[in-house]
Design a protein. Structure first.
Length: 325
């Protein structure tokens, strides 16, 4: 097995497998890591709820898919990918706060840097003009010590110090799918592996676009990057049933054999409107037609060809009140 750290996508698949009642060996095989990695992940990053002092007797037992959790009075243990990823991030940040340089060297650096900053010099000027600092550390290390508060000089006292405020979306709504288990075998890593083995197959990308926030309608965009072609279908906003029926209607119009050739690999995002997206893989008789996959949360570059024309569509929808399809 390959030794590596688990990322957010691996944790999403881990939670989906736990909801699917897969054991640790099956989860490790799915993610392609050693099962001891999964054991450590669950032991370190799972969280417990209030209950009696007697926890469940099963080793590494997670209550995500337990049918008795509604009336069980024991301490319950749950695994959530958002909580696990946040705990992992906090551990990484906490492990880097303690500098590896000795206290004596930090005091020596502080004396030189503080005197230079008071004279109006930048950190680069101080580092270049002091050969003693180059023997101890790099310029980047000095800047990092200043940002962490290990020096008496504050970051706002440095020359050309600018803070850029970034507004990031909350992690609470990363996955909007109704059932997270649909991601098993359909993650973006599975998609990359699939197209690496089938480079000649068509790739179809799906997304939905709305003109205004108050609109009740949306446009289901279907893009074929190989041919630089994209078209749209008018659907109900945030309706997984409407998306499923629209795609299946296209499959019925072109026929099963043609659908296999035109729509072999399908990629969509994690929006609530694609909760039933995986059901297009089979016909009503259970015959397999295609394969479906999902992008990473909030990663528009995973299906860039489909996203490219959305700004033009949004602009057109905002300017025109009535559209004819």
């Amino acid at each position: 097995m390959k030794k590596r750290r688990l990322d957010i996508e691996d944790r999403i698949i881990t939670q989906a497998c736990l909801h699917n009642k897969n054991n640790i060996t099956e989860i490790a095989k799915r993610i392609n890591v050693n099962k001891s990695t999964i054991c450590r992940e669950i032991r370190k990053f799972s969280y417990k709820t209030q209950g009696t002092k007697y926890p469940c007797s099963k080793p590494y037992f997670i209550c995500n898919a337990c049918v008795q959790k509604g009336f069980c009075n024991k301490v319950k243990t749950y695994y959530n990918y958002k909580v696990a990823d946040q705990k992992s991030t906090n551990l990484k940040i906490g492990s880097r706060t303690k500098p590896k340089i000795s206290i004596e060297k930090i005091k020596f650096i502080d004396e030189i840097v503080s005197a230079g900053v008071k004279n109006g010099q930048s950190l680069h000027h101080i580092f270049v003009s002091s050969p003693e600092l180059a023997k101890i550390c790099t310029e980047r290390t000095i800047r990092r010590l200043c940002y962490r508060g290990n020096l008496s000089v504050k970051p706002h006292e440095l020359r050309r110090y600018v803070v850029y405020k970034h507004d990031y979306k909350s992690d609470e709504d990363k996955i909007n799918l109704k059932d997270i288990r649909v991601l098993i075998g359909r993650s973006y890593k599975d998609y990359v592996f699939k197209i690496s083995r089938n480079k000649s197959m068509n790739i179809v990308q799906y997304d939905s676009v709305i003109g205004k926030a108050k609109d009740k309608k949306a446009i289901l965009t279907i893009a074929f990057p190989k041919y630089n072609f994209q078209f749209g279908i008018l659907i109900q906003k945030d309706s997984p049933y409407c998306v499923l029926s629209s795609i299946k209607k296209i499959f019925r119009l072109v026929g099963v054999e043609s659908a296999r050739k035109i729509f072999p690999i399908n990629l969509a995002d994690n929006g609530v409107e694609f909760s039933f997206f995986s059901q297009i893989e089979f016909t009503d008789d259970g015959e397999k037609i295609c394969s479906t996959y999902f992008t990473n949360p909030y990663r528009a570059t995973d299906k860039a060809p489909c996203e490219r024309n959305h700004e033009l569509i949004r602009f057109f929808c905002q300017k025109v009140k009535v559209l004819i399809f």
